[in-house]
Ligand binder design. Structure first.
Ligand code: GAR
Length: 191
């Protein structure tokens, strides 16, 4: 099962996937490419580290979505890699029809909350400020509704009285780094 990883930032989750693969724990899943909408993003440096293709793909003129031409560019780039699964690991743009139709039922997203609670941006902070007693992360199928597709799996972390936003963020990220590779390995088993 060929996977293409797309992200906008640090790439700690992409790295967790690649590390798991390197250790031989990603089952039949093989990361074949990393694409980013940010030319300077750390996620792109992982390509050289793990021997996987990594490239910037121009996102077009908008800040929070791809314009039609950019969606087509992403679709072409992903198709060229023969991707069976598209993994959104910190990709901070909303996807629309051209992209979603091209890979229907084959796109998963990682979100840093226990959906359906706290969709959108700054989800860890939202949960912390709300006074929630549990936070965590979700991997779900991507559909047209933002952060609304069917849930594949979740991992919960308890928010303790002495947690700060920083310590909570670390806990949620640690949970993400286990959950996302595990979900990919499971999906690969079934493919
Ligand atoms: C992760 O916490 C991921 O859940 C979040 O971005 C971070 C990326 O970190 N995604 C979203 O908020 C999507 N709405 P990373 O670049 O270190 O993997």
């Amino acid at each position: 099962m060929k996977i293409v990883i797309i992200g906008s930032g640090t790439g700690s989750n992409a790295e967790a996937i690649l590390e798991c693969w390197k250790q031989g724990n990603l089952g039949k899943a093989v990361p074949v490419a990393i694409f980013s909408d940010k030319p300077e993003a750390r996620i792109l440096t992982l390509g050289a580290k793990y021997g996987v293709k990594a490239a910037y793909v121009d996102p077009g003129r908008f800040k929070t979505k791809l314009d039609d031409e950019a969606e087509a560019r992403y679709v072409d780039a992903i198709r060229a890699e023969g991707a069976d699964l598209v993994v959104l690991a910190g990709f901070m743009r909303v996807l629309h029809e051209t992209f979603l139709n091209a890979f229907e039922g084959r796109i998963i997203n990682l979100h840093p909350s226990l959906l359906p609670a706290f969709p959108g941006l700054h989800s860890i902070e939202q949960a912390f400020n709300y006074g929630a007693k549990y936070s965590g992360c979700t991997v779900h199928w991507v559909t047209a509704g933002l952060d609304m597709g069917p849930i594949i799996d979740q991992s919960a972390v308890r928010i303790e009285a002495n947690d700060t936003l920083d310590t909570l963020e670390s806990k949620v990220h640690a949970a993400e780094h286990s959950l996302l590779p595990a979900v990919i390995a499971k999906l690969a088993e079934r493919s």
